[in-house]
Design a binder for this molecule. Structure first.
Ligand code: SF4
Length: 461
């Protein structure tokens, strides 16, 4: 029987898994070079989000706010948008893109952002005719969807606003999704090894920034406005995470006839095999021996760990939908039992997602519960009711459940602020499979030692 998605059996939300839509739009925006987004709402709508980015990546990011107060709730806040964009344009002479990201309050007020942009374009034309500064509306009413939906909407809107037909290019657009710099590095590695020129949207590898000899250090997106403009001329688009970039890939397909591959998640051995095969079929490029050797090493690691330590372990996974699906698939591949998958929003498409439906077939007899619109209370209440779990896979906001119930936990997704350096790592590709298998095993090892539960095995395996 296919795995079915059920809604959380109660209204309200206790300890949400996700942030709101504007958070996702802000993540998409910081991936662009020479771009500062203006969040049109109360200051907290960008302050807390920016803090989370800083906590996760241990870097700083520029995001502006129209900083609404009570008067704007009554009289409207468009003046603050106009003033905010003008300030940014005047203070940052190199700025090329300013997305205006709406929030729950400004969508409710009904501020006419498009009219603001008409006025701002006229001002820019008059005051700075030499500047080519794009102001782009991104509507993210936060009372529906989530950070994943906000990211998807922002990617689509950025491409819609900037993609322009020109000379055909041999590049493949890669809509990375909401992933870590280590994942972007891994995707770049795959495309480089395959010999496929790629256009990364968004190139957030730069968020793993170093400290240069002159002591400068600043994380900034690596995708240029030209990369977004040229996305219309690409040979094809690839969006591994369907819910985070799929809309943009589909838009380019319908508007500019750029063929798209959406939703093949390169997590685990089988997922990566499928991803590489599709890339090979799309471009005619052979899968190189270097990647076959990486595959061999990953399989060897999983074989070393699978039977003794991973098999039959019961896992709960929560977070971004494509990540959760990919991780569940990989757990099944390792002989584990992903018994509970929690998706933190109520996207209707989950119920028809064939990738979710296929999980049960792979898991054979093991039941997999998938709950949409879920929160972390759902996980905690299951544990209170006696659900047995061996492992939790998810971001840092579930850490207290893992601590309270003494369940080993591997941090994946966003945000992760209670473990060092994980943004540098990848869960994608064969290297990601190896990293995940080792991380899960190491979590079990630490737990065995801490609980003095057959820890002697670690001396002899
Ligand atoms: S839910 Fe609304 S008020 Fe809260 S951060 Fe998101 S946009 Fe701002």
């Amino acid at each position: 029987m296919p795995t079915m998605v059920k809604d959380k059996p109660r209204t309200g939300c206790i300890n949400p898994i996700f942030n709101c839509q504007p958070c996702g739009a802000q993540f998409a925006s910081i991936g662009i070079k020479d771009c500062i987004a203006l969040v049109h709402g109360g200051q907290g709508c960008c302050t807390f989000v920016r803090l989370m980015f800083a906590q996760h990546f241990k870097e700083n990011f520029d995001i502006a706010s129209s900083s609404l107060h009570e008067d704007a709730a009554v009289f409207g806040g468009t003046k603050r948008v106009i003033d905010g964009v003008k300030n940014l344009a005047l203070r940052y002479p190199n700025l090329k893109v300013i997305p205006i990201i709406t929030t729950c309050s400004t969508e409710t007020i009904g501020d006419d952002i498009e009219a603001c942009i008409v006025e701002l374009d006229a001002w820019l034309q008059e005051e700075m005719p030499e500047r080519d500064l794009k102001v782009i509306p991104i509507h993210t009413p936060s009372y529906k969807g989530s950070q994943a939906a906000g990211y998807n909407i922002a990617m689509e809107q950025l491409v819609k606003s900037l993609a322009t037909l020109g000379e055909p290019s041999k590049k493949v657009n890669v809509f990375t999704g909401w992933v870590n710099p280590g994942d972007v590095r891994q995707l770049k590695h795959i495309f480089l090894e395959m010999g496929i020129p790629a256009n990364f949207l968004m190139d957030t590898e730069t968020f793993d920034s170093g400290i240069m000899p002159d002591k400068s250090s600043f994380a900034e997106g690596g995708t240029t406005i030209e990369d977004l403009t040229n996305s219309a001329n690409a040979f094809a688009s690839v969006a591994p995470y369907a819910y985070e970039g799929g809309l943009a890939a589909k838009y380019l397909e319908s508007k500019f006839k750029v063929p798209s591959l959406v939703g093949t998640i390169p997590i685990g051995i089988e997922g990566t095999d499928k991803f590489l095969k599709q890339l090979s079929d799309l471009t005619g490029r052979r899968i190189p021996r270097t990647l076959v050797e990486e595959r061999a090493r990953a399989i060897d690691s999983i074989v070393d760990l699978g039977h003794m330590f991973l098999a039959d372990k019961r896992v709960a996974i929560y977070g971004d939908p494509d990540l959760v699906i990919g991780l569940a698939d990989f757990c099944i591949e390792c002989g584990m039992k992903p018994v509970l998958l929690l998706l933190g929003d109520d996207v209707k498409a989950y119920k028809k997602d064939t990738r979710i439906q296929a999980l049960s077939e792979k898991a054979e007899d093991d039941a997999i519960e998938v709950i949409s619109n879920a929160d972390l209370w759902e996980l905690e209440s299951r544990l209170k009711e006696g659900m047995e779990l061996d492992l939790i896979l998810g971001h840092s906001k579930g850490r207290f459940i893992a601590i309270d119930y003494q369940i080993p936990m591997v941090r994946v997704g966003f945000p992760v602020f209670d473990r060092a350096g994980l943004w540098k790592e990848t869960v994608m590709g064969y290297k990601g499979a190896e990293f995940l298998a080792n991380s899960m095993a190491n979590a079990f090892f630490a737990d065995m030692e801490y609980k003095k539960d057959r820890e002697w095995i670690l001396n002899v395996w």
